[in-house]
Design a protein around this ligand. Structure first.
Ligand SMILES: O=c1ccn([C@H]2C[C@H](O)[C@@H](COP(=O)(O)O)O2)c(=O)[nH]1
Length: 313
């Protein structure tokens, strides 16, 4: 018996007014291998169907216009609207697009990735399942030196001898997998046995995020200041979604990723041609980098005016 009357609700299944196609071309998933054992696979997209002749970008326009006539507008007008929305940070229409990925990455990358709290995540459980015998093991050229200018980063490769020592050290910790496995066989719980494994061990998850929040992730993680290993994943994700939402991706590159933000002090420095009005060394360095990128001339040197002899007297 349907006491709530749900059975009586009439659903009007309105037929499509135009022909639609699958934006993933009927594929089960679009996969890319990352690093030695990693992977990003696009497993679904919303919208999954787009009107023939349009890309999934149409959903941004549809949301912005909140109208069913969106499909009748010209593609060029839609592009202009998407770019306008992006430039002016009208972000909610971008939230109407969603992507679901299956990602396989080392735990130390997952820790950075999980900070993006606007996604939905389901991670592989090492309490319920045995961890795979898979570890991130960089090549010798990827063994980077600690940067002296930036406490987080590493850019240049170490000398080959030190790189080899590092790789030997990884071999040693990876060999602990055998002990992990043996202790599982002896009955130690999976939730505890895994605590001796290094953070280079691979984990995996399903990750679903809307396009607005994905662009935020990509802006931070495709940036040259992010750790190279997560940057490789971010670039892969961008490559996977670009064919599906090419207009939004181009707007992202033009107005976010490759744009420069100017502070009030920087605008003042451009107007006056004088140095940045701050004693903060880091801020000055940041401005110098922007000034060079913009091709602006060096600031005029402010001469220390010598007091005249009469003033001295
Ligand atoms: O580039 C970075 C550096 C740190 N973190 C976060 C992840 C962890 O929550 C914490 C420490 O991470 P590591 O610096 O140890 O990667 O800060 C990032 O998300 N990205």
């Amino acid at each position: 018996m349907d006491s709530l009357g749900i059975d009586q609700i009439q659903i009007n299944k309105v037929p499509a007014d135009t022909e639609y196609y699958d934006v993933m071309n009927g594929s089960h998933r679009w996969e890319v291998k990352v690093h030695d054992h990693g992977k990003v696979a696009l497993v679904d997209s919303m919208p999954r169907l787009a009107p023939v002749g349009q890309t999934a970008d149409f959903a941004i326009v549809q949301a912005a216009r909140v109208s069913y006539g969106a499909g009748t507008k010209k593609v060029t007008e839609d592009k202009g609207l998407i770019r306008y929305l992006y430039r002016h940070q009208h972000t909610s229409p971008f939230e109407m697009i969603e992507f679901k990925f299956h990602c396989v990455m080392p735990v130390f990358i997952a820790r950075q990735w999980i900070r993006h709290r606007t996604a939905n995540v389901n991670e592989y459980s090492a309490r319920y399942s045995v961890m795979p015998d898979k570890f991130y093991h960089p090549s010798a050229e990827d063994v980077r030196k600690q940067s002296t200018s930036n406490r987080q980063g590493g850019e240049d490769a170490t000398d080959t001898k030190t790189a080899q020592e590092f790789l030997d050290y990884l071999d040693q910790v990876e060999a602990n997998y055998k002990t992990y496995s043996e202790l599982l066989d002896k009955g130690v719980s999976r939730e505890l046995a895994r605590i001796g494994l290094p953070v280079s061990v691979y984990t995996e998850w399903y990750w679903k995020i809307d396009l607005h929040n994905l662009f935020h992730f990509l802006r931070l993680r495709m940036d040259s200041h992010s750790q190279k290993e997560i940057r490789d994943y971010a670039n892969t994700i961008f490559a996977l979604i670009r064919p599906i939402v090419p207009v939004a991706c181009e707007a992202f590159i033009d107005y976010a990723f490759e744009s420069i933000k100017l502070t009030r002090l920087e605008i003042e420095a451009i107007r006056s041609g004088k140095p940045l009005n701050t004693a903060n060394k880091r801020e000055t360095e940041e401005w110098e980098a922007k000034r060079k990128q913009l091709g602006l001339p060096e600031p005029v040197k402010v001469e220390q005016t010598q007091p005249s002899s009469t003033e001295q007297a």
